[in-house]
Write a protein that binds this ligand. Structure first.
Ligand SMILES: *Cc1c(COP(=O)(O)O)cnc(C)c1O
Length: 317
């Protein structure tokens, strides 16, 4: 990102284009779903169930993967973001969910991961009664961290590409939501012997709770991989200064980040995840937490279809 690097006065900012993973408008969920769909197919499932916010990229990518594999897809959309309009409910990811042929359900609470998953089980039970074989992708903790395995692999890809480019990254910046991306990268990097710090920018919950969640996912991954302790507690770095006013609500710093990426690099960010993470990168450089001589990798996790769901809010950007 040469223009942004020059504007910031020194650091070399790179971007890993995981918005270009290629499945149904891309994003980090393509890597995560590879492992869920592998498990679903191994179990002989014919329908996949998932829950998320109305403008969830995860459910949209799941609908795309199910379509490609000839499977059914049942999506539950949670009321997680208050005060949104008709465009939010119809355009962007929702439009794509419908285009991919998924069946939509709604759930009244957006902060009840266990309850949302339990409701998916109710739908799954109904499908079993109809002779189908459902597979549930859980949102709540306590299940195998299959999605994070996609980012253990991605860490290896990043290190390979860095070697080809002959760049040694001093820091990696990534949005930290469910934590699958953040925890997977940490485990994958440390397993490969890299000590590069990973800065998770909170998009869902405040730093203390998020750090706990990342560490639990890291430990679950280490067990899944039958590895010893690869990541220390001090390795879990999260920042929540760019979270307000809360999940799915962009702040002025989010909008600034979206503007900067678009107008200086022709790069599209989104108002829920990548915009907040990039605001975090800009903020960490400006306050000197990331040095002006450093090479910084921004992991672009996608989310651009949400731009259209947020069209009303972004009208005057
Ligand atoms: C889901 C999502 C994230 C958060 O990733 P987690 O693995 O859930 O932490 C970040 N960016 C985008 C665009 C997403 O859709």
């Amino acid at each position: 990102m040469p223009n942004v690097s020059a504007d910031l006065g020194g650091p070399h900012v790179w971007v890993k284009r995981d918005d270009c993973t290629g499945l149904g408008m891309g994003g980090n969920k393509a890597r995560q779903l590879e492992f869920y769909f592998g498990d679903a197919l191994a179990q002989g499932a014919d329908t996949v169930l998932i829950t998320g916010a109305v403008q969830s990229n995860y459910v949209r990518a799941t609908a795309a993967a199910a379509a490609k594999l000839g499977m059914g897809c049942e999506i539950q959309l949670e009321e997680r973001v208050a005060g949104m309009d008709e465009t939010y409910r119809r355009s962007g990811n929702v439009l794509l969910d419908q285009l991919f042929g998924a069946r939509l359900h709604s759930y009244p609470d957006g902060d009840d991961e266990g309850g949302a998953d339990a409701e998916l089980e109710v739908i799954a039970e109904r499908l079993r009664g109809e002779g189908r074989s459902p597979y549930v992708i859980h949102l709540s903790e306590g299940h195998r961290p299959l999605g994070a395995l996609g980012y253990v692999e991605a860490a290896g890809e990043i290190l390979e590409q860095a070697a080809v480019l002959d760049v040694g990254f001093d820091a990696i910046v990534v949005p930290s939501g469910s934590g699958a991306t953040h925890a997977g990268l940490l485990v994958g990097l440390r397993a490969a012997g890299s000590k590069v710090p990973v800065h998770g920018v909170c998009v869902r919950r405040e730093a203390k709770r998020q750090a706990g969640r990342i560490l639990r996912t890291v430990r679950a991954l280490e067990r899944e991989l039958d590895a010893g302790e690869l990541v220390s507690e001090a390795d879990v770095v999260v920042h929540d200064d760019w979270l307000a006013p809360g999940y799915g609500h962009p702040s002025e710093s989010t909008l600034e980040a979206i503007r900067v990426a678009a107008r200086r690099e022709g790069l599209l960010l989104d108002p829920v995840y990548s915009g907040k993470a990039f605001a975090g990168l800009l903020g960490l450089v400006r306050r000197g937490a990331l040095g002006s001589h450093e090479s910084i990798l921004f992991v672009h996790t996608g989310g651009t279809p949400a731009l259209f769901g947020y069209a009303t809010l972004l009208a005057d950007i």
